[in-house]
Ligand binder design. Structure first.
Ligand SMILES: O=C(O)COc1ccc(-c2c[nH]c(CNC(=O)Nc3ncc(Sc4ccccn4)s3)n2)cc1
Length: 310
C-alpha cells in the first residue's frame, strides 16, 4: 500500500507538523500542492488550534491533518478539539499518545503517531493505529537517537501497519532509499521550510540556504528534550552551559521563546533555528508544488537508474 492511497493525497508525502511554523494557512497550501498538510499545534492552545483548523478548512478541500505535540500542556483539550472539528488525520510527537487513541478511533480519525524507537511503535499497534511515522535523528526539532537508516527497517519488522519514514529526506534519492527500507511514504519538514508559502522569517530561510551538511547540532541531549537546530550563537552557548552542568532552569532562559525569536523576529543569532541534517541540500526558495514535483520526479529517475543497473 502506498501512503497516498491511505491519505487520499496526490503524493505519498506528509508535511511535518512543525511547532510555531505549520499554521492553518501553511497546511492548506501544502494540501493544495498535493501532500498531506499538517497543522503544527506545538506552540498553540486549544482555542488557537480550533481557529487554525477552521482557517485551514476555508482554504482547502483536500485532506489535511493536525499534529499534536504531547509535551504541550494543553494537549488534553486539543485531543478533544480535533474530534469536535472533524479533523480526518492526527499525528502525534514527543510522547506516548496511547490514552487518546480509543476516542480518536471511535471518531473515525486516521491516527499516525511519530516514534523514535521500535519498542514504542510495537506498543502502540495494540491501540489500532493506522500507520506509524519512524523519525530518525537526522530530523530537525525534537529527536531521538536512532538514524532513519537503522530505525525504519526495525520498525517495519516490529509492526503490522504501514511505516512512514522521516528524518533526512529532501531528494528523490532519499525517497527511493525510504522505499528500499520498507516505508510506504515519507514525512518531510526541513525541505519545506524554504518554500515560498512557509511563514518563517526570511532571515531563517537565508540561514537554511547558507547551511552546509555539518551545520546542525542537537542541544539538550542530556536534559531529555533533545532538539536539532542550526549551529548559531545560541546553540553554542547552550551546549557550553550543558558541558559546564549549568542547571536546566538557567538554560531554559535561553531556549524559552527562542523558536519564536527565530520564526517571527528572524533572530538568527539567538533564535532556535530548528532544522534537519538535509539543510545543506537546500539551495533556493520555491513554491511547495515545485518542491513536491521535483522530489517525486527525482525519485522516478533514481529508481529507473537502479533498475537499469540490475
Ligand atoms: O516512550 C514514550 O513514552 C514516548 O517516547 C517518545 C520519545 C520521542 C518521540 C519523538 C521524537 N521525535 C518526535 C516527533 N518530532 C517532534 O516532536 N519534533 C518536535 N520538534 C519541535 C517540537 S516542540 C519542542 C519539543 C521539545 C523541546 C522544544 N520544543 S516537537 N517524537 C516520541 C515518543
Amino acid at each position: 500500500m502506498k501512503l497516498n492511497e491511505l491519505l487520499g493525497t496526490e503524493f505519498p508525502f506528509i508535511q511535518g507538523g512543525m511547532a510555531n511554523i505549520a499554521t492553518g494557512e501553511f497546511a492548506a497550501a501544502v494540501s493544495n500542492a498535493g501532500a498531506l498538510g499538517l497543522i503544527g499545534s506545538g506552540g498553540m492552545n486549544a482555542d488557537s488550534l480550533r481557529e487554525n483548523i477552521r482557517r485551514c478548512k476555508a482554504l482547502t478541500d483536500k485532506p489535511f491533518g493536525v499534529n499534536l505535540m504531547l509535551m504541550n500542556p494543553s494537549v488534553d483539550e486539543m485531543a478533544k478539539v480535533v474530534i469536535e472539528e472533524g479533523v480526518k488525520v492526527v499525528t502525534t510527537g514527543a510522547g506516548n499518545p496511547g490514552k487518546y487513541i480509543p476516542a480518536w478511533k471511535e471518531a473515525g480519525i486516521i491516527v499516525i503517531p511519530v516514534v523514535a524507537a521500535a519498542v514504542l511503535a510495537k506498543r502502540l499497534t495494540r491501540y489500532g493505529i493506522d500507520a506509524v511515522i519512524a523519525e530518525g535523528t537526522e530530523s530537525g526539532g525534537h529527536v531521538g537517537e536512532m538514524t532513519t537508516m537503522a530505525l525504519v527497517p526495525q520498525v517495519v519488522d516490529a509492526v503490522d501497519v504501514p511505516v512512514i519514514a522521516a528524518g533526512g529526506i529532501a531528494s528523490g534519492r532519499q525517497l527511493a532509499a525510504a522505499y528500499a527500507l520498507g516505508a510506504c511514504g515519507v514525512q518531510i519538514g526541513t525541505c519545506l521550510l524554504v518554500s515560498e508559502e512557509c511563514p518563517i522569517h526570511p532571515n531563517y530561510k537565508q540561514a537554511l540556504l547558507k547551511a552546509t551538511d555539518t551545520d546542525t547540532i542537537v542541544t539538550g541531549r542530556t536534559t531529555g528534550a533533545p532538539v536539532r537546530v542550526l549551529k548559531n550563537k545560541m546553540a553554542r552557548e547552550y551546549v557550553r552551559m550543558e558541558k559546564e552542568n549549568i542547571p536546566l532552569a538557567e538554560r531554559e532562559k535561553l531556549t524559552l521563546g527562542s523558536l519564536r525569536r527565530a520564526v517571527f523576529d528572524g533572530d538568527t543569532e539567538m533564535g532556535s533555528l530548528m532544522a534537519g541534517q538535509v539543510a545543506g541540500q537546500l539551495h533556493e526558495i520555491r513554491p511547495v508544488r515545485a518542491i513536491l514535483e521535483e522530489l517525486y520526479a527525482d525519485y522516478q529517475k533514481c529508481v529507473k537508474g537502479l533498475v537499469n543497473d540490475l
